[in-house]
Ligand binder design. Structure first.
Ligand code: F1P
Length: 339
């Protein structure tokens, strides 16, 4: 299965990315330091939209107000519903570099005088021809329709770049740590999810805050595309305000916790369990209260946010297999959305 193979390849891709990081981002660093934008904004579609959401949160977290950041879906800009500010930089994120709305968004931005960047896995794609500069992750080479290693690798690049721009002293340790912890995380995810009886799960709930909310939203796309299963996503404690009504014995709630909100998140987990739902927590350090997958990420800056999508990718393909579906052939989907 191509999708599974590409999920398993992610640690190797992070190693390559870390090795190539300086050459990949040198031009972007110079470009941004010369431009000195008031805001570094991101735009994408589908998985790349939630990737943009997580990137925005990392930039804002590290810039500490020096530079703003917003995220857009490609259609918001293409349809003129929102427009990037003139003194901003718009970064298009697209595996294919050809999604209609993302390319249109960069064209619209350029026409209004906004400088643009393309981050893609397809060199020579349309988006690279529109953008002022491009970063091409040409070593990703993703064949599956479902985005996995392309999502986490582009997220890794931008999350590292946020540290280069605003906390340069943290960059090298981050590049080293992410690739090192990803091996163990992948193994623990496979093992933990292997113990779940996926055939009994008919409803996923992904919960988290901040960058972990972006990761949880990506979880919706993963399990929907791969397994056609009902899935919800909320900020963790928001779940009590109505959505909790759907908890039943087929519910699997995946709560991506953070030390700052852990106690409250575990209390909600207990409520979900008391209603008959199953709970899986994802955390930096291992937790005993529920089935748990820990990333072993040593800091509290949400920098492992995209790694927390790896278990969600695996949940998607395992649920698909339990339903006799082929994740390599997701229903109704094409690899690139063009219209
Ligand atoms: C993103 C995207 C994915 C979706 C499917 C089709 O495209 O829409 O979100 O899961 O794979 O492509 P891209 O702009 O990142 O190439």
């Amino acid at each position: 299965m191509i999708t599974r193979r590409e999920i398993l390849e992610q640690p190797q891709k992070y190693k390559i990315l870390a090795e190539k990081y300086n050459s990949l981002t040198a031009d972007l660093g110079k470009f941004i330091r010369n431009l000195n934008p008031k805001s570094i904004d991101f735009v994408g579609c589908g998985t790349s939209y939630f990737l943009s959401m997580g990137c925005t949160k990392q930039i804002k977290r590290f810039s500490r107000g020096k530079v703003d950041s917003k995220f857009f879906s490609g259609s918001e800009i293409m349809l003129g519903l929102r427009t990037p500010a003139k003194d901003s930089l718009l970064v298009g994120i697209s595996r294919s570099g050809s999604s209609t709305e993302t390319v249109a968004a960069l064209k619209t931005a350029r026409e209004s005088g906004v400088k643009t960047v393309a981050i893609t896995c397809e060199p020579e794609s349309e988006m690279t021809k529109v953008a002022d500069i491009s970063i091409n992750l040409d070593f990703i080479d993703e064949r599956a329709i479902v985005m996995t290693k392309s999502f986490t690798s582009m997220a890794f690049l931008v999350s590292a770049f946020a540290r280069e721009l605003f906390a340069r002293e943290k960059l090298n340790a981050y590049l080293k740590t992410i690739q090192e912890i990803s091996h163990g995380l992948l193994d623990r995810s496979l093992k933990s999810i292997g113990t779940l009886s996926m055939s009994q799960v008919d409803h996923f709930v992904f919960l988290g805050y901040e960058e972990y909310f972006a990761a949880s939203m990506e979880g919706i796309i993963k399990v929907t595309e791969s397994s056609l299963t009902q899935a919800d996503c909320y900020q963790t404690l928001e779940y009590r305000h109505g959505p909790k009504s759907k908890v039943h014995e087929g519910t699997l709630a995946v709560i991506s916790t953070h030390p700052k909100s852990l106690e409250a998140e575990l209390n909600l987990a207990k409520e979900i369990a008391s209603l008959g739902g199953k709970v899986l927590t994802i955390s930096c350090a291992s937790q005993k209260e529920f089935e748990n997958i820990h990333t072993a990420y040593p800091w509290e800056d949400y920098g492992d946010w995209f790694l927390r999508v790896i278990p969600l990718q695996i949940l998607g393909i395992e649920k698909a297999i339990s339903r006799g579906l082929n994740p390599d052939k997701p229903t109704n989907l094409t690899k690139v959305v063009k219209f």
